[in-house]
Design a protein around this ligand. Structure first.
Ligand code: DX5
Ligand code: ZN
Length: 216
């Protein structure tokens, strides 16, 4: 499939979120990526459900929610109530990942499992058949604007091999340090969805930047 683009709101102008979301609505973006952090799982705190609920009536793109929090299973109803399309939980944050994935899907949301940069692809061997998407972190989660970790391209290749070997159609999303150069290599390696924060929102013409990422 043609790859999708999910701009990350973490790099948007928080004083003018309405304008930023309206720009995303008009753009060629496929999803809006929303990063929720708790200051425990990652060394930063971003925004939470009140902000997502405020965006709900104006956001016309499917919301791709990335929970960088401990015990994400506690918040499945809250995420579902925001109207989210996809709920991504970290492998490293879930003791009973199989149960959590099933509970996410029971709400009607799609379920994504996220791997930190150090976590090997083989960890997914016995859960991948149950998830809609794998989100590979190509930076250590917590902050926008970090440098892309090169090894991530190889992880995409190996994840693509696993998905093909099992005859699945699980999507591969990559998050962190995505620009035109890294994005091209990720798409060539088999990525289906690219998240981009700083590269979109800090660019002089975000709508054009989204178009450029989409054209890779
Ligand atoms: C990082 C977040 C990312 C972040 C990406 O912890 O999960 O979604 O916003 O930002 P960039 O694209 O600037 O690396
Ligand atoms: Zn993210």
């Amino acid at each position: 499939m043609k790859h999708l683009i999910a701009p990350s709101l973490l790099s948007a102008d928080f004083l003018d979120l309405r304008k930023e979301v309206e720009m995303i609505n008009k753009s060629g973006a496929d999803w809006l990526h929303l990063d929720i952090m708790d200051g425990v799982f990652v060394p930063n705190i971003s925004f939470g459900f009140p902000v997502l609920n405020a965006l709900k009536p104006i956001c016309q793109k499917p919301m791709d929610v990335h929970l960088m929090i401990v015990e994400p299973q506690k918040f499945i109803p809250e995420v579902a109530a925001t109207g989210a399309y996809m709920m991504n939980v970290h492998y490293e944050a879930c003791t009973h990942l199989h149960r959590t994935v099933a509970a996410i899907k029971e709400t009607g949301m799609k379920a994504g499992v996220t791997l930190n940069p150090h976590a090997p692809i083989c960890l997914l061997e016995d859960i991948i058949q149950d998830v809609d998407m794998v989100l590979l972190m190509s930076v250590n989660p917590g902050f926008a604007g970090q440098r892309f970790i090169e090894h991530s391209v190889d992880k995409v290749v190996r994840l693509r091999e696993m998905i093909d070997r099992k005859g699945l159609n699980t999507w591969i999303e990559v998050d962190g340090g995505v620009n035109l150069e890294t994005g091209k290599r990720l798409v060539d390696a088999g990525a289906d969805v690219l998240v981009a924060g700083n590269f979109v929102f800090k660019s002089p013409d975000p709508m054009q930047t989204i178009k450029d990422l989409k054209a890779l």
